[in-house]
Design a protein around this ligand. Structure first.
Ligand SMILES: Nc1ncnc2c1ncn2[C@@H]1O[C@H](COP(=O)(O)OP(=O)(O)OP(=O)(O)O)[C@@H](O)[C@H]1O
Ligand SMILES: [Mg+2]
Length: 279
């Protein structure tokens, strides 16, 4: 079942920019879906449709099989279900302290003080930001802000988490920790939708990958299917995962017997190389 679906969504910004054209995107319940695309492709614009911040110029957005309605009350219900972590944490964080920021959403749900505190502590623990809870968000580093923004959404216990470039600005360990957290949350039943430029992380975590370029979806499939089409990937100003690129060079330039589909992760490449040596 598709928990989020867009049908022929087109979006034009008030200044006339055509940011999305006939987008048919679907997120299957319980999966991790990655949206890949170069700068200006329309990733953030599409994501802002998922919780009704933007309304399509034409077409429909459906959540849980129902077309979105844009009345205040409908939007409040929707935003409990679909939590969005913005690309820029400064668009998200506003309270005087980290803990107040994370508490804001749950407090608005009318939960008890104890429950709010429990959720704040738990969310900050999961993003490893407990020790910063009394700090002002604007005194945090970029990566720390990003983690607090994620905690703020986590504390709402959404069914769907939409994260616009969750790993950008994070150091390698921080990025991999966040991806592991998203993987864990997904195992707990949350549908995860992320946008990213980090093609190396995609095959490790995503069940489904979409490629967006100039406001159009130009490819959809599982990571193997999508990255097999190197031509489309490169045409969209993206690249193959480094491992796949190395295998492509070894095959094409050095004539080593690594056939397509190229491995996409270190684990797969390791198996392939070991098998080759043993043969
Ligand atoms: N508020 C706005 N008004 C007018 N045009 C906008 C606005 N926001 C974005 N755009 C334009 O819409 C297009 C899509 O932008 P969007 O921010 O969705 O891209 P993106 O894929 O998220 O890029 P990035 O990887 O840089 O975050 C771009 O051409 C951009 O210039
Ligand atoms: Mg963006």
């Amino acid at each position: 079942m598709n928990i989020i679906e867009t049908k022929n969504v087109t979006y034009q910004y008030p200044d006339g920019t055509n940011a999305l054209e006939n987008i048919n995107f679907s997120a299957a319940k319980g999966k991790i879906i990655a949206l890949l695309g170069p700068n200006g492709a329309g990733k953030s614009t599409l994501f802002l449709h998922f919780n009704g911040i933007l309304q399509p110029t034409s077409g429909n957005v459906m959540v849980d099989g129902k077309c979105l309605k844009y009345k205040k009350e409908d939007l409040m219900n929707l935003r409990q279900k679909v939590g969005i972590v913005f690309q820029n944490p400064d668009d998200q964080l506003f309270a005087p302290t980290v803990q107040e920021d994370v508490a804001f959403g749950p407090m608005n749900l009318g939960l008890s003080k104890e429950e709010v505190k429990k959720r704040v502590d738990e969310s900050l623990r999961r993003v490893e930001m407990v020790e910063f809870k009394k700090k002002a968000p604007h005194h945090l580093s970029g990566g720390q802000k990003k983690r607090v923004a994620i905690a703020g959404i986590l504390a709402m216990h959404p069914k769907i988490m939409v994260l616009d470039e969750p790993t950008s600005g994070l150091d390698p360990r921080g990025a991999s920790r966040i991806m592991k957290l998203l993987y864990e949350l997904n195992r707990e039943g949350i549908t995860i939708i992320i946008s990213t430029h980090d093609v190396d992380l995609v095959p490790l975590y995503a069940h489904t990958v979409y490629i967006i370029s100039k406001g159009n979806i130009i490819k959809k499939g599982n990571p193997q299917e999508v990255f097999e089409d190197a031509q489309t990937i490169r045409k969209a100003n993206l690249r193959l995962p480094r491992i796949a690129h190395l295998m492509e060079i070894l095959q094409k330039e050095d004539k080593l017997p690594f056939d397509k589909p190229y491995p996409l992760t270190i684990g797969e490449a390791r198996r392939r190389i070991c098998n080759q040596i043993k043969d």
